[in-house]
Design a protein around this ligand. Structure first.
Ligand SMILES: NCc1[nH]cc(CCC(=O)O)c1CC(=O)O
Length: 310
């Protein structure tokens, strides 16, 4: 069997593709990596919420899945929109890395809670809003680009620290610059953070599908991610909407904690729900419904108006 792996060309994306390649090779599958540039890689001078978040990092990969030029597309699970076209499916989620965010700096004594004011670079609406909510004394500058670009900007002194996913920092071997691991109860991660998702065309051969599932899927991670993604789907949140959720497993029980925050950080709604691992999607959807009833619908509408997408 031969599997063609499609990936973006950033260093983090390549790390993910090699990780997947390695798992497949260990299972005796021949592989080939195909690098594909996406709109999100080309446009670096505008924030993602302005480009329109839907599919900016995925469209070109899906085109090649559809044409059969690649067998699978490898994504950071959190960059994947919650709604896929009927022609595609997510066949596997790799074992999740620690899902938390970290503060990264050359000065590893920095701490958000110290009361000291400093400049943090981030372009994530979720991280910006959460910073404003819990740490209003922190100054924020917009910081886009891949991880290497952001570290260069940090080096140049454009900010004192960056706010990033631990998973990416660890994979790019920047662990030494971690000043602080942030609390999951405050900086609850974006849906899917820390896991790699494998997408394929539904028309891929059953033989390949079975092999991919067996060699790449981590079942506990899959249950958590399906819960989180159902939550995101109900809220219709893309990556430019500050919605967050993290599901964890305890034996056969899922607990998901999630919420939404207004762009200015003023309004934060958070809830959690537990349920059986037999019904992950139902649990995620139920949590979203609970939030919508508690006012998330109004916050969502305000955000979409401000983003110009409504
Ligand atoms: N949006 C960019 C992105 N996509 C995935 C990761 C990190 C690794 C991951 O969560 O899989 C990052 C960088 C970041 O948010 O710090």
């Amino acid at each position: 069997m031969h599997i063609k792996i499609g990936t973006r060309g950033s260093k983090l994306a390549l790390w993910q593709a090699y990780y997947v390649q390695n798992l497949l090779q260990k299972g005796g599958v021949a592989t080939e990596i195909v690098i594909i540039e996406t709109k999100g890689d080309k446009i670096l001078d505008r924030s993602l919420s302005k480009i329109g978040s839907k599919g900016v990092f995925t469209q070109e990969l899906e085109d090649q899945l559809r044409s059969g030029d690649i067998d699978i597309a490898v994504h950071s699970a959190k960059d994947l929109q919650s709604h896929l076209d009927d022609d595609f499916e997510l066949i596997a989620f790799t074992e999740r890395e620690h899902a938390n965010d970290v503060l990264v700096s050359h000065n590893t004594d920095l701490s958000l809670g110290s009361g000291e004011s400093f400049v943090v670079g981030t372009s994530s609406t979720r991280r910006i809003a959460i910073l404003k909510h819990y740490y209003p004394h922190i100054k924020i500058v917009d910081m886009r680009g891949n991880l290497q670009t952001r570290f260069r900007k940090l080096e140049e002194g454009q900010c004192d620290a960056l706010l990033l996913a631990y998973a990416g920092v660890h994979r790019m071997e920047y662990d030494e610059s971690i000043a602080e691991h942030l609390l999951l109860d405050e900086f609850t991660p974006a849906v899917g953070q820390g896991s790699v998702a494998i997408e394929n065309s539904v028309s891929l051969s059953q033989d390949k599908k079975d092999t991919l599932k067996k060699l790449l899927n981590h079942e506990q991670t899959e249950i958590c991610l399906r819960t989180e993604r159902a939550f995101l789907k109900r809220l219709q949140g893309g990556c430019s909407i500050p919605v967050f959720a993290l599901a964890i497993l305890n034996h056969d029980e899922i607990t998901i904690s999630g919420g939404i925050i207004s762009l200015d950080g003023q309004e934060l709604i958070r809830r959690s729900e537990s349920g059986s691992t037999a019904f992950p999607e139902e649990l995620g959807t139920a949590l979203a419904d609970e939030l919508l009833e508690a006012g998330a619908d109004r916050i969502l509408k305000d955000i979409k108006t401000q983003n110009g997408t409504l």
